[in-house]
Design a protein around this ligand. Structure first.
Ligand SMILES: C[S@@+](CC[C@H](N)C(=O)[O-])C[C@H]1O[C@@H](n2cnc3c(N)ncnc32)[C@H](O)[C@@H]1O
Length: 218
């Protein structure tokens, strides 16, 4: 089956309706495009900012820093007293570039970047979080979910990017054999979110699909 994508005219219109981005964000977008570095779509960056505005989250955990674009979107969302972002990146070069962007944007004091494998770092974190954003290796999504679960506070929000995977998860289609595990694991994660008695979840067809869940307050 062919990839299912949001029609281009809708994407263009949604992007047209975004506020103009600063030259700083445009610079990072161009760098990522030139070097094939993955990053959230600008409309997903905006969506994160909207969610943070609603939730007024203070303790944020991000899995998958990249070179810092989404963390910067969250750090520079409408200012909130005491907001702090913990973000984890496995690639040393990307981690270092993210750190220098955090300094350039003067947000280093509110971001703690970790270099390493999230699967090893998450169990060592002593904090709990009221907002968790997952955007790392898609084939590890169920693993990340199991690891972050005990750190997500009741009432906390969990956002996961790329959950529709070009629509492949709908029909369990993989264009190449090596993508099979990734598709199966993202689908497993979606089934987990669907069946989870302590979560309420919506899937938003924005970018490559974003799930938004809230941990119920018992
Ligand atoms: C889609 S990119 C993140 C983009 C970033 N959220 C942004 O929008 O700017 C995914 C990142 O996750 C990182 N990654 C993959 N597996 C990881 C792991 N196990 N632990 C930490 N980071 C990981 C990759 O190196 C990559 O930079």
């Amino acid at each position: 089956m062919a990839d299912i994508k949001i029609p281009e005219n809708i994407v263009d219109f949604i992007q047209y309706l975004l506020p103009e981005r600063s030259s700083f964000f445009e610079k990072i977008e161009k760098e990522c495009e030139k070097e094939y570095i993955p990053l959230v779509k600008p409309e997903v960056g905006q969506f994160l900012q909207v969610l943070l505005g609603i939730k007024q989250a203070k303790r944020i955990l991000e899995i998958g820093t990249g070179i810092g674009y989404s963390a910067l979107c969250m750090a520079m969302a409408s200012r909130c007293e005491d907001r702090h972002i913990t973000t984890i990146e496995i690639d040393k070069d990307r981690y270092e570039r993210a750190c220098s962007y955090f300094e350039e944007a003067d947000v280093s004091s509110i971001i703690t970047p970790y270099y390493g494998d999230a699967n090893e770092i998450i169990p060592k974190l002593n904090d709990t979080f009221d907002f968790i954003f997952i955007d790392a290796a898609k084939g590890q999504y169920p693993e990340y979910f199991n690891k972050i679960w005990s750190l997500l506070e009741p009432g906390g929000v969990l956002v996961i990017d790329n959950v529709l995977l070009n629509g492949w998860v709908i029909d369990m289609y993989w264009p190449e054999r090596r993508k099979k595990t990734m598709v199966c694991r993202v689908r497993d994660l979606l089934e987990t979110l669907k069946d989870h008695s302590e979560l309420l979840t919506s899937i938003i067809p924005l970018g490559d699909g974003v799930s938004v869940s809230v941990r119920k307050i018992e």
